[in-house]
Design a protein around this ligand. Sequence first.
Ligand code: TEU
Length: 569
Amino acid sequence: MKHRKLKWIGLLIAVCLFMGSVGCGYASAAPDLWWQKTIAYEIYVKSFKDSDGDGIGDLRGIISELDYLRDLGVGVLWLTPCYVSPQADNGYDIADYYRIDPAYGTMADMENLISEAGSRGIRIVMDLVFNHTSNQNPWFLESSAGRDTDKSDWYIWMDPREDGSAPNNWRSIFGGSAWTYNEARGQYYLHTFLPEQPDLNWENPAVRQALTDVARFWIGKGVGGFRMDAITYIKKPSGFPDGEPDAGDGTAGIHKMTANTDGILDYLHAFKAAVQPGTDIFMVGETNGVSPEDLPVWIGENDDLPDEMKWCERRAWSLPELKEIFSASQQKALLTNGWAAVFLENHDQPRSINHFLPENADRAAGGKALATLLLTMRGTPFIMEGEELGFVNVAWDSIGRYNDVSTRNHYDFAIREGYTAEEALAGVHRFARDSSRTPMQWDDTANAGFTAGTPWLPVSDDYAWVNAASEKNDPDSVLNWYISLAGLRREHPALTAGDYTELFPEDENIFAYTREADGEKAVILINFSTETVSYDPACLEGAELMLSSAGESRPGTLQPLEAAIYLAR
Ligand code: TEU
C-alpha cells in the first residue's frame, strides 16, 4: 500500500553544527578561531584517488593531490572513516578505531598525510562513528557472546516480547526492524542502521570512557578535529516505547523515536570537556533531528525527513522556503553567537545541481550559482568532493549497478509499498547516495585518472569533459569560480564573520542577502532560475561589482543562474 501521506520536503539543509568552544553548539564572540576562517572539504576516501591500482582510493592518493586542495583554498579535510572495517556501510561500521584499514594504507601513511597536509596549512578531520560499531568489532563480539562477559552491557540488549518478537516496532533508518536477535544471549540488540552496525550503550560509563580514549588517541596524532557521525541518536528514550506506525507494516521510523532525546547534551558536554581543553580542535556534529525550538543549546534546522518514501514522493518546494530555512539558521547562529557548518552536499545526499536547480539548468552556471551561496554564508562551508567541479547525479539503468546498501534497501522498500520498478528507479536517480560517491574525475584518461585498476564504483560517464585537469585550464570553469570565491572570502572578513540580512524574501527566483562587518558590506545576488530576472537595484547603492558568474552584471538584472557579488566600503 502506498503511503501518500509521507512526503519528501525536498530540502537539504544544514543539520550540522559546531560543537565549538564555549558550550556545546557555541563559539566564542569574535569568530576568529582557525576553523571559523577556513573552508572544509569532504573526502570520500574510497573514491578520491587510488595510488596502488586496486580500484579503491587511499591515503597515499590523497597525499598526491594535496597541492590541488591547497590551490582550491581549503584548510580542513574531513576524511570519511578509514579505520578497519568490514565495509557493510562503506566504513561507517568500524571494527577497530585504532587502526587504518589496509585497503586505505597504514598508520604511517596517516601520519604522513597529517604532516604533509599541515605543511600546506591544511588540518585533517576524522569521522568519529560513535553511535554504533561494526558487529565485527571485538567489543561487540565479546558483548554478544553471553550475558556475563565484561562488555555485556556495552550495547543495547533487550529481551524478546512474550511471543518472541522484537522488543518494539522501531524500524531502522536503512529499513527493516531496528532489532536483531542473538542466539547466544537469547536477546535482541538495537541498531539504528544496519544489523551489522549495533548501537553502543552510552548509558554505560565504560563505553563513554572508551570513546573518549579513541578521540584522545587521534588528537595525539595531530588531527584538527572530528566530525561526529549520527551523533543525535546516541541517547535513547527510557522504556523504549513503541512508536506511532508510519508504514504499511506497522513499524515506526526510529529517527523520530530517538533523535535528540532529552539528556543527550549531558553526554556531549562531558565528552567535550574530556577531550577538548588544551587543544585547538573543533567538533562538528551530524545533528539530524535538531529542531529550532532546541535553541539555544543546539543550532540547526528541523530535518523532517520521512526516510523511506523520500524515494518516490516529493513535495514541490519553493525558493522562498529554502531561503527561509537558510536565513533562520543564519539569524539563529548570529543571535546565539553560534557557529554553523554550511553545506549543500555530502556523501549521503544527491548532487546539489540536480536537487536545487531546474532540470534544464546549465551544469556549469548552476554549479557556480550554488557555490556562491555555499561560500558566502556565515559559518564554515563544507565542499563535497566533486562539487567544486560541478558534478551531477548518475542515473544508471538498473538497481544492480548501485553499491550503497541504503539505496538498495530503499528501492526494495518502495517496491514492497507498491511502487513500480520504474517509479522506484526514478527515486534512486534523484536520491541515491551513490551519486555523491562516484570516483573523483581528475582528467580525461581511462577511469578519469582515479585508478589504474577497476574502480570500485563506476566513474560517471561525463568525465571526458568534467574533470579537474580541464577545469583548471578553463578560466570560466566551476573550479576556477570556487577558487575565486575562496580568495574573496579570505580577503573580505564580511563574508566569513559578517552579519547576515536577507533581501527580497518573497522573490521566487532570486536568493539575495547582505553580509556586513567592519564597515564593509557585501551584497550577494543569486538567480536560481533559468530566466533573466530583475530586482530593485537600490540595494546596490554605493557598491561595486566584485564578481559575476555571467562576466558582466547590469544592476537590477540577473542573467539565468547568474551569481553576482557587489561590495560597498
Ligand atoms: O548518517 C546518519 C544518518 O542519519 C543517515 O540517515 C542519513 O540521513 C542518510 O544516510 C541519508 O540517506 C551517517 C553517515 O553520514 C552515513 O553515511 C552512514 O551510513 C550512517 O551515519 C551510519 O553510520
